[in-house]
Design a protein around this ligand. Structure first.
Ligand code: AMP
Ligand code: ZN
Length: 664
């Protein structure tokens, strides 16, 4: 086999595994083996850039940055849907349909996936572009982001038309959504509101590798184009499936409006068993000739009708308001409700967010309240049923002292939440900070879990994360559920964390508002904790994407004597408090202030390496040429339009060679 065949065969193999796993739900390879093969393909592609393929499975990991999404006109318009909310509405629609077409009418019933609509264009079986709905006539091209979604085939199988659009919905399945939120909460970030908004927000993220991290799915429901050789909606769905698209099996072809109603009732009751959210059902006239006869109104097809489910609501009693203290001391009031069945689960608690929310609702213990679960996974209290308010009810007074340590709470100007300022001794803060320090994305300490941290704190063995490094096996063994072996693992895991790079240590410190990305930015800019400690507010806000709120929090963190001491201890134990010499050696400021576009295929370096090189030298990589672009680095096979644009804006074009030489 020559190299080209080897690359092709690996791509084909990975594509098939991907299809089996994401579309058929049947794993045919272990994650580990898949990774190995993917890495093998990556290496081959990097060594042989002439075989670059924008639709190779390696392109799914993302990395492309888009600052401005290009507006693109849809080949055919993306319509909206007419809505119905009752059986009567649907029967009226059936009457209108039957008046306008000849012959029997059958219907496809589909679930109405609740996400963000997308139109994918395929040419010769390759994904050409992905465009958001926009105003229906034109949308934003978000191809780089969509490519990272595993259920979007980059190359089709079987007997597909030469060129067509396929429409679908990008959804975020509930399990993945909850997991993302768990991580956000652990990072002390606001959880996302609901899967739909998170899905649609994902389409417009600038960094496609961020999109790649989100467990999004693309569910398809309609093929449009010319000479498609398809005669009905259900046939279209079948074919799309055969070409490699994810078309949910719940879609059903039925022969009467009674069957449609049965389908609707079934899914109204059973929708909570689906892995993703739906907000209704879409009914479509099945026969495409009949669809043609019916045509469109100004905004929607006459041959389709959405039936929207009502948001589910119940009323129940508010038994108590309790308050939770987070890792940073933020207080969250929680409504403890009389347990009630709602949307497939039993609801006992709902977040009340903050003092303003309580005041706005004027919610009081003993009230009957309306709880809703609409698009939101987390139940919401909509309102109080004032007609049922007990005569002796008293207005809610917001908590004044910390429920854990009794310290008086504070509320900073402009902030919605109250905080417990007892940073050093409030137990959930002390434990939470250490739990954050050891967590997977921070120091990733093997052999030590959140519960053990709580035990260690309660046993007075540690009071902050620097104490971890003095723990001995003998001290740990007597703890609950500890054996010599697990105690050894714990101590070894802590030892190993001394190798974790500075940027992650910085994240692990748990400075408020310094999440993973901000930590990376700060580490890259300041290079050592000492430089960061000396940075003033004014200096901090000059760093890209660091605003006043973050800057203030950093300054505050390092002005605390306790924190300074803890950091000195970390230094003593050998934790990485600066960027490693090796990394530093590759970083310069040579390209500072320059915005550089990279396009085409390169010979001596891969595109990602080139981008990294630019960033390591202080430059900014941007994806599209504008008057602000400093240089265009042009490789082989660069599109002619980029060249024309660069020339018309007087953006200098550099070859790979001259660019690399200039950097030396
Ligand atoms: P609306 O946004 O309420 O006007 O509803 C129209 C949207 O429903 C379309 O733009 C699609 O994105 C979405 N949708 C979800 N599932 C389907 C489906 N099975 N068939 C057609 N449209 C759907
Ligand atoms: Zn407290």
């Amino acid at each position: 086999m020559n190299t080209k065949q080897q690359i092709e065969s690996l791509r084909e193999e990975l594509r098939q595994h991907n299809y089996n796993y994401y579309i058929l739900d049947e794993a045919t390879i272990s994650d580990y083996d898949f990774d190995i093969k993917l890495k093998e393909l990556q290496a081959l592609e990097e060594a042989n850039p002439e075989f670059f393929d924008a639709n190779s499975p390696t392109q799914r990991v993302g990395g492309e940055i888009t600052k401005n999404f290009k507006t693109t006109v849809h080949d055919s318009r993306m319509y909206s849907l007419d809505n119905s909310y009752s059986k009567e509405d649907l029967l009226d629609w059936e009457t209108r349909v039957k008046k306008m077409v000849d012959g029997e009418v059958s219907y496809t019933c589909e679930l109405k996936y609740d996400g963000a609509s997308i139109s994918l264009t395929y040419e010769n079986g390759n994904l050409l572009r992905a465009v958001t709905r926009g105003d229906g006539v034109q949308g934003d091209e978000v191809t780089a982001n969509i490519k990272t979604i595993n259920t979007v085939p980059l190359q089709l199988k079987g007997d597909f038309p030469e060129r067509f659009d396929i429409r679908g919905e990008i959804v975020l399945p509930i399990e993945g959504f909850l997991k993302m939120n768990e991580e956000r909460v652990a990072n002390d970030e606001e959880p996302y509101k609901n899967p739909r908004n998170t899905a649609s927000g994902s389409l417009k993220l600038q960094d496609s590798s961020e999109v790649a991290k989100r467990p999004l799915e693309c569910l398809l429901y309609s093929i449009v184009g010319n000479n498609l050789n398809i005669t009905s909606q259900s046939e279209g769905l079948e074919k799309a499936r055969a070409w490699g698209f994810k078309v949910p099996q719940e879609a059903k072809l039925v022969n009467s409006i009674d069957d449609v109603l049965e389908y609707i009732n079934y899914w109204d009751e059973n929708r909570h068993n689906l892995p993703y959210e739906i907000d209704g059902v879409v009914v479509k006239v099945n026969n495409l000739y009949q669809q043609d006869e019916l045509g469109f109104t100004a905004k929607a097809p006459r041959w389709a009708m959405a039936y929207k489910f009502k948001a589910e609501q119940v009323s129940t009693r508010l038994n108590e308001i309790t308050y939770q203290v987070g890792r940073t001391g933020a207080i969250t009031p929680v409504a403890n409700l009389e347990p009630v069945q709602l949307a497939g689960t039993i609801v006992k608690r709902a977040s009340l967010h903050n003092a303003d929310q309580i005041e706005k609702l004027d919610i009081r213990v003993g009230d009957e309240v309306f709880v809703e679960k609409g698009g939101e996974i987390i139940p919401k209290i909509i309102a109080v049923d004032l007609s049922k308010r007990p005569l002796d009810s008293v207005p809610t007074l917001y908590l004044t002292n910390c429920p854990e340590c009794e310290t008086e709470l504070v509320r900073l100007e402009g902030e919605a939440k109250h905080y417990c300022p007892n940073y050093t001794a409030c137990p959930p803060q002390v434990i939470g900070r250490i739990q954050h320090y050891i967590s997977r994305k921070a120091m990733d300490i093997d052999g030590l879990g959140g519960e053990t941290v709580a035990l260690l704190v309660k046993a007075d063995l540690i009071t902050n994360y620097s104490d971890l490094y003095e723990l001995t096996v003998e001290q740990v063994v007597p703890l609950e559920r500890m054996a010599t072996k697990s105690a050894e693992n714990l101590v070894n895991g802590i030892e190993a964390s001394k190798q974790i790079p500075f940027e992650r240590v910085l994240f692990a410190l748990g400075i408020r508002y310094v999440g993973e990305t901000v930590a990376k930015k700060l580490a890259k800019h300041y290079k050592s904790i000492d430089a960061l400690m000396f940075a003033s507010m004014l200096d901090l806000v000059t760093v890209d994407e660091i605003g006043e709120r973050i800057a203030q929090s950093v300054v505050e963190f390092f002005s605390s004597e306790d924190n300074k001491q803890i950091i000195e201890r970390l230094r003593l134990f050998g934790v990485q408090l600066e960027i490693s010499a090796e990394k530093l050696a590759n970083q310069t400021e040579k390209l500072k202030g320059l915005s550089i576009v990279v396009s085409g295929v390169f010979e001596s370096i891969s595109r990602n390496e080139l981008k990294k090189l630019i960033e390591d030298n202080g430059g900014k990589v941007s994806s599209s040429i504008s008057s602000k672009t400093s240089y265009l680095v042009a490789g082989d096979k660069m599109g002619p339009s980029k060249r024309v644009k660069a020339e018309s804006l007087n953006v200098p074009i550099l070859t790979e060679e001259s660019f690399l030489n200039n950097l030396k």
